[in-house]
Unconditional design. Structure first.
Length: 367
């Protein structure tokens, strides 16, 4: 094996094993590891014909102490369970999910990147309905697969920042539809808009499918906006002035109040990373608000970012709204709030600080 860990991108690199488990007539078998990366599936499987499948994404980190940390594994298991229920699939039990992830880690430990390379071992759990049936209805038999692969940053510039463009021509998911579940169809529906944006050098910012007035999320990640105002000023009086705080450690000593904003919508996936960042923000005195956010409110924000398992936090340098001829700018480098939150989360994931939330499953004697 000859891998340049620091040159890895967010693409598939084959490892030694995948992990599989099948469900027949509502009964799950135990997960097992196999070198065969191909899964047999009937040509009439409901997962192929009607999109009855869901997936997850989570990472294992090599810590500063040499131990392995899997970030919020049980939360990913619970989210996949919820997605499966939404598609009337037989859910993967949380215990079986975690057993499969640990087995995939054990069998592919040589593919876990070293500490300080910026790379991690990514797990892609997939659940697909395998019942052969061409009538429109849910299949009950399923195949559960965990595909591990070492990965680098999701975006080429990682934490340096990227521009985004508002999309109103393609709807990723509808309210009360499948947007709140991690299903493949949501991502396929975004390809036309996201690939067009990427070809122009932008990340795609999707709006709500009903009015196209509100921010939903970015291509494969939640949106974060940061507002700031003085302690003598209400949020409604906010004007978008970039903070004079240059060091993230000065946040709590400044005379500014910061607010962390993220969209509330039934059409977007509840991000585990976003949830983690909101908890960390509240711990350092930052107000967190989840609500509908109008596009023009970007003018009141001093920092913006996409967040998710794959990208962690990717600051947004500007958002272009081509339909209205407006550009919202947030500076050419990450702001103090996003910087502090990014490092706080990474310090937990790499074992550089106390994990008092117990988010990480620490593996130090399994191998």
């Amino acid at each position: 094996m000859n891998i340049n860990w620091k040159e890895l991108t967010f693409h598939y690199t084959e490892t030694d094993y995948i992990v599989r488990a099948a469900c027949k007539n509502g009964v799950w078998e135990r997960p097992y590891a196999t070198r065969d990366k191909m899964i047999p599936i009937h040509a009439a499987a409901t997962g192929l014909h009607y999109g009855q499948e869901c997936f997850e994404g989570l990472k294992a980190f090599r810590g500063i102490d040499g131990k392995v940390r899997i970030f919020r594994m049980e939360e990913n298991a619970k989210r996949m369970y919820h997605s499966a229920e939404g598609l009337l699939m037989t859910p993967v039990p949380v215990e079986l999910f975690c057993e499969a992830i640990l087995l995939a880690l054990k069998k592919n430990i040589d593919f876990l990147p070293p500490y300080e390379t910026g790379a991690t071992l990514y797990f892609r759990p997939l659940l697909v309905a395998t019942t052969p049936d061409i009538s429109v209805g849910p299949g009950k038999d399923c195949e559960f697969v965990v595909v591990p692969t070492p990965i680098g940053p999701y975006f080429p510039n990682a934490f340096k920042g990227m521009p985004a463009i508002v999309n109103r021509t393609v709807d990723r998911a509808a309210p009360q539809g499948t947007g709140c579940w991690k299903v493949g169809g949501n991502y396929a529906a975004s390809f036309r808009a996201s690939e067009a944006a990427h070809a122009m050098g932008y990340e795609c910012m999707f709006t709500d499918s009903k009015t196209h007035k509100y921010i939903d999320e970015c291509t494969a990640s939640n949106f974060i906006g940061i507002r700031q105002y003085s302690k003598l000023q209400s949020p409604a009086q906010t004007t978008a002035k970039r903070s004079t705080v240059s060091n993230a450690n000065e946040l709590q000593q400044s005379d500014l109040i910061y607010e962390y904003l993220t969209p509330r919508s039934s059409a977007i996936l509840p991000s585990i990373t976003n949830d983690s960042l909101m908890k960390l923000a509240r711990e350092i005195g930052i107000k967190t608000t989840k609500r509908r956010i109008r596009i023009e409110e970007l003018a009141d924000m001093t920092e913006a970012a996409a967040c998710g398992t794959a990208c962690v936090i990717s600051p947004i340098t500007k958002v272009i709204d081509p339909d209205n001829g407006v550009t919202y700018s947030f500076g050419n480098k990450p702001g103090p709030v996003l910087t502090k939150l990014y490092h706080a989360l990474q310090d937990i994931q790499y074992g550089r600080t106390d994990d008092h939330h117990h988010w990480c499953t620490v593996v130090d004697q399994l191998f």
